[in-house]
Design a binder for this molecule. Structure first.
Ligand code: ZN
Ligand code: ZN
Length: 67
């Protein structure tokens, strides 16, 4: 299961230095992430939306760009 690491490889598009990408937040930080952790599920929409998201960049975005 190493495919997920390659899926969101950054493109050449510019993005801010402080843009931090997170797949899953530490326990207690996000109810969505906690729920997936408890379910033992490692395949779910990333906590941080992709920089190139075109749907508002909400957490756990499921648009075509993010998921
Ligand atoms: Zn989350
Ligand atoms: Zn998105």
């Amino acid at each position: 299961m190493t495919e997920s690491n390659n899926k969101f490889r950054p493109s050449s598009k510019q993005k801010p230095q402080d843009y931090i990408f997170v797949h899953q937040m530490p326990e207690g930080q996000c109810s969505y992430c906690d729920r997936e952790r408890e379910a033992g599920n490692d395949f779910f929409p990333n906590h941080t939306a992709s920089w190139w998201c075109e749907s508002g960049r909400y957490n756990h975005c499921t648009c075509d760009k993010c998921f």
